[in-house]
Design a protein around this ligand. Structure first.
Ligand code: ATP
Length: 279
């Protein structure tokens, strides 16, 4: 089943074309990296998938798990209900700093419980147990009672992932979840996302600045440039040389300094979906 299907999606901010006729299918259970230099449209695309932004009026469609969340620039009637099934992790501002970590994770229940219960913070013993299990799943059970503002960046991202586990979403969108983390915290967060994708069969779309993480953790990479898809295929086949050709000097943002530019591989026949779409 197709988890996310995007057709002819475009978005302008003033004169700036942020998305340019994007069409993309992501199957259920995939782990896909979105890469691109700064300003290429990664965040904008993620925000359209969860209905936080709307495409051009009269054009474009985004389906999630077989139902439209936005169509022709308008949110559908089901969008609100559908958002419950889409977990989102951002680079920052993931948690309510003054609340305990456990309370933040419990907020993942809000879409499924009566609003009065959420407002009063009245969660059942079963919901609290599930939240503690989720914190254990992401490797930070010991911080449950700490204020969220006291966590390190990596711990905050792990708590945000735990909240999406409590939410029981089928789709997890992570918008630059490791951009402000040190390399070892970044690896840990990516390992957790990969484990959640593998073990819970949650479809993951992760926007990343550095292609090394895409190659290591995401079988498929979609690369954006100026709001257009310029590569869609196996992460392992997106060479540094291709990045240099696609992004010119901006490719430096995407390639870790220690990774040498690889020699260009001879062209080989690939499935149609995997043909790099240079634009
Ligand atoms: N709310 C907004 N108002 C005006 N312009 C915007 C807005 N959101 C995004 N843009 C512009 O749209 C383009 C795409 O931005 P977007 O944030 O999607 O890129 P990105 O690839 O996620 O970049 P980064 O890696 O720096 O986060 C950029 O030129 C950006 O300045």
């Amino acid at each position: 089943m197709t988890a996310i299907s995007i057709r002819n999606l475009s978005k302008n901010f003033g004169n700036k074309r942020a998305l340019d006729n994007v069409s993309l299918d992501i199957e259920r259970g995939e782990m896909v990296a979105l890469i691109g230099a700064s300003g290429s449209g990664k965040s904008t695309l993620i925000r359209h998938i969860c209905g936080l932004e709307l495409g051009h009026s009269g054009q474009g469609k985004v389906d999630v798990l077989g139902s439209a969340i936005q169509d022709s620039g308008r949110l559908t009637a089901r969008a609100r209900q559908m958002r419950r099934n889409i977990g989102v992790v951002f680079q920052q501002f993931n948690l309510v700093g003054r609340l305990s970590v456990l309370s933040n994770v419990l907020l993942g229940n809000l879409g499924r419980i009566p609003s009065w219960r959420g407002t009063l913070g009245l969660f059942t013993a079963e919901e609290k147990r599930a939240a503690r299990d989720a914190l254990a799943r992401v490797g930070i059970p010991e911080v449950a009672w700490q204020r969220a503002s006291t966590l390190s960046g990596g711990q905050q991202q792990r708590a945000a992932i735990a909240r999406t586990l409590v939410q029981r979403s089928d789709i997890l969108l992570a918008d630059e979840p490791i951009a402000s983390l040190d390399p070892s915290s970044a690896r840990r967060v990516m390992e957790i996302l990969a484990a959640v994708n593998r073990d819970e069969q949650i479809t993951c779309v992760v926007s990343l600045h550095q292609v090394e993480y895409a190659r290591r953790y995401c079988p498929r990479t979609v690369a954006l440039r100026n709001g257009r898809i310029v590569y869609d295929g196996p992460s392992s086949e997106l060479t540094n040389q291709m990045l240099v050709e696609l992004y010119g000097a901006n490719s430096e943002e995407l390639i870790l300094p220690e990774a040498p530019v690889q020699p260009v591989k001879p062209k080989r026949v690939v499935e149609p979906r995997h043909v790099p779409a240079f634009a």
